[in-house]
Structures are given as structure tokens and as C-alpha cells.
Design a protein around this ligand. Structure first.
Ligand code: SAM
Length: 349
């Protein structure tokens, strides 16, 4: 079990005796209110666009403990972060991850608007109720295909029935579900419209994602890249899509499927520009804080915490704010090296 949480300091949050710090505002005036924590770089699937088949994972002695993750997460909360997403790798393969969810979940409804996670769903059936108990209300589940063979091909060995069972358990436990689907040329393009129809039936949202040039994989991503502008055009015939002003501060633009509760998101970092409203930072499982998914600049929060405690974490956050780039520099071109060497599974999607 993680040690019991924060001392109370009246209205304001205090992290182990430290006062709340000033809000996190970068040099372009963007307020950082959203933190993603990659709780592990390990995953039980090997999606082709995400990882190579033979991946080398971080040695365990380089990782933050769950208690350190919680301490840093709570420091971010004290600095004004309103939303935390746990991701990976696969967050639900991390041993005792529910302890971290419980610890951060205690702030939901007070200093934190939302604690959520992105999962591949393979272990959702066993964890869905614990997530709800811990304060999670919504989750994103990655599902690139509902066809067993296509799913197994994309993930290299995954069982779609296990994931669909996990999604059903999440729904039954009362979690709102958003499906994440990466559009992949020649693999699942024909499944996009049926996937949206299924989401409407189930009461789920759907986000479509363009492949991003993150980390070396065994194939050239250009071969699989589908611009979402084209996918969106194809959806206009079967569905009436109405623009939705919702803005998550990220790369997604949203539509409603008219007459339903389903929201469709298009996440197109390559064909759309979203950096001006970027509100997020990402911490890896070894405590490196990346200020932009598409850049290598980072600050080391593990070293700061271990060497100087939360005061040093605060100082590192000032360096992070000063270094957050104005924009990413994603390009996808045949034979090009990835924009950044690290995989999405390291920084967290
Ligand atoms: N294991 C969890 C999952 O499958 O959702 C969380 C981590 S995964 C890295 C998060 C999301 O990133 C998934 O929706 C995945 O499809 C997406 N993703 C991974 N690599 C990507 C890439 N190169 N381009 C676009 N999306 C990617």
C-alpha cells in the first residue's frame, strides 16, 4: 500500500508541508492543467505502429516507485493540474497500479477535475470496479479493429474477445468509454464506419488517430498513414456529423453524431495544428518530464525528488515551463527517421 496521502491545509492543498505553488504557465502564456503519467513502458501487446516486435524495456531499477509517482503527481496537483491521465505502456499491467489510482483518486472532485486512464483493455475485466471505486469515471480504450484476425495482426498476438469483454465490464461498472482507433491504411480503413456505428449502439465516444512518427518500428509508418481528412469525408455519407465546440486543449477536434450521445474526435497532429492551445506535460515511468510529445527536451523529476525533495521538483518545473517549445515538428515522409526516437509507450499516449 502507498503511504497515506496529503496533510490537510484548510482550503488549499499542501504536499507534505509544502505550500501550494503558483500555477504552471509557460513562456507563451499557456496554462498547464493536464498531466499524463506513463506508469510503465511495458505492454502485453505489440501494436505494429507503436512498437517493434522485440522491444527493450527500461530496467526496473531506473523506475520511479509508485509512491514517488504519487508524490510528484500530488505536487502537480498543488501547482494547479486539474486532470491526470495514467497511461503507458499498458497501465493495467503495472503491479499495484490500483494503489496509485486510489491515492490520486482521492483528489477527484476537489483539486482534481478528473483522473482517467488509457488502456488496451486486456485487463479491464478484472480492474473495472476498482477503477470506479478509486474515483475514475471515464476511460479510453484502444481498439483498432473488432475483427479477430485484423486485431491479432495489428497487435501481433492480441485476442479481441478479451478486450471486448473488458470493455463490456467497464460499461457495466459505470465507466464512460471512449474508443481510440488509429487509422491504418490497408488494415482497418473499412472498419471506421462500422466502428462508429458500434460506438453509437454502445453509447461510447470514438477518437480516430493518425499514426505519429514516434520511435523506430519494424516497418515504415508512411505505408500505413491515412490522413483523417479523407476518413472524415468517407464518414459524412453514413452519418450526420455536427461540429462540437468541445476542446480538450489537445490535437482533437470533435463532432457529434446527430441524434445520439456519441462524440467523434479526430486526432490529427500531422494534418492539424493544435500547439497554441497545448495544456499538457507528460512524465515517463522513470520520472522524465517531457514538455512536448514531438520534442526531446525534458527535465528529470526523479533526480530532483531524490536529491532535493519537492522544492527541487518545483525548481525543475520552472525549468520545464521555460523550455516548453512553441510547437511540435511532426512530419511523416517516406524513409524519414521518426520525429523523436522514443516510442509512444515511453511518453504515454
Ligand atoms: N496501452 C494503452 C493503450 O493501448 O491504449 C496505453 C498506451 S498507448 C501508447 C496509447 C495510445 O497511443 C493508443 O491509443 C495507441 O493506439 C496510440 N499510439 C501508440 N503509438 C502511436 C503512434 N505511433 N501514432 C499514433 N498513435 C499511437
Amino acid at each position: 500500500m502507498l503511504r497515506s496521502g496529503l496533510p490537510q491545509c484548510g482550503q488549499a492543498l499542501s504536499c507534505y508541508g509544502m505550500a501550494c505553488g503558483p500555477a504552471l504557465i509557460d513562456r507563451y502564456g499557456r496554462a498547464i492543467s493536464y498531466l499524463r503519467i506513463s506508469v510503465t513502458d511495458r505492454c502485453d501487446l505489440r501494436c505494429r505502429y507503436c512498437m517493434a516486435e522485440q522491444m527493450t524495456f527500461l530496467p526496473k531499477d531506473r523506475l520511479l516507485s509508485l509512491d514517488e509517482m504519487a508524490l510528484i503527481g500530488e505536487r502537480f496537483i498543488a501547482r494547479g493540474i486539474r486532470k491526470i491521465r495514467l497511461t503507458g505502456g499498458e497501465p493495467l499491467v503495472k503491479r499495484d497500479v490500483i494503489d496509485l489510482v486510489r491515492r490520486l483518486g482521492r483528489h477527484v472532485g476537489a483539486e482534481l477535475d478528473e483522473l482517467t486512464l488509457t488502456t488496451n483493455g486486456t485487463r479491464l475485466a478484472e480492474h473495472a470496479e476498482d477503477l470506479v471505486d478509486a474515483g475514475v469515471r471515464r476511460i479510453n480504450v484502444s481498439l483498432d479493429s473488432r475483427d479477430p484476425d485484423t486485431f491479432r495482426f495489428i497487435t501481433r498476438h492480441g485476442d479481441v474477445e478479451q478486450v471486448l469483454g473488458g470493455i463490456a465490464a467497464a460499461k457495466a461498472a459505470g465507466l464512460a468509454v471512449k474508443i481510440n482507433m488509429v487509422a491504418l491504411k490497408g488494415l482497418n480503413e473499412a472498419e471506421v464506419a462500422p466502428m462508429l456505428g458500434w460506438c453509437v449502439e454502445q453509447g461510447f465516444d470514438l477518437s480516430l488517430i493518425e499514426t505519429m512518427p514516434l520511435g523506430a518500428i519494424d516497418e515504415d509508418r508512411t505505408d500505413r498513414f491515412v490522413p483523417l481528412t479523407q476518413v472524415f469525408e468517407d464518414l459524412q455519407a453514413p452519418f450526420e456529423l455536427v461540429r462540437d465546440p468541445h476542446n480538450s486543449g489537445g490535437p482533437a477536434r470533435y463532432w457529434r453524431v446527430a441524434g445520439t450521445g456519441t462524440r467523434l474526435g479526430l486526432i490529427s497532429p500531422l494534418t492539424g495544428n493544435f500547439c497554441a492551445s497545448c495544456n499538457r506535460m507528460r512524465m515517463t515511468t522513470e520520472g522524465l518530464l517531457y514538455m512536448c510529445l514531438g520534442h526531446d527536451d525534458r527535465v528529470d523529476l526523479k533526480a530532483a525528488l531524490r536529491e532535493g525533495g519537492l522544492a527541487a521538483v518545483d525548481a525543475a518545473l520552472e525549468r520545464a515551463l521555460a523550455a516548453k517549445p512553441e510547437a511540435h515538428d511532426f512530419r511523416i515522409a517516406a524513409g524519414a527517421t521518426p520525429a523523436v526516437a522514443r516510442h509512444m509507450s515511453v511518453t504515454g499516449g
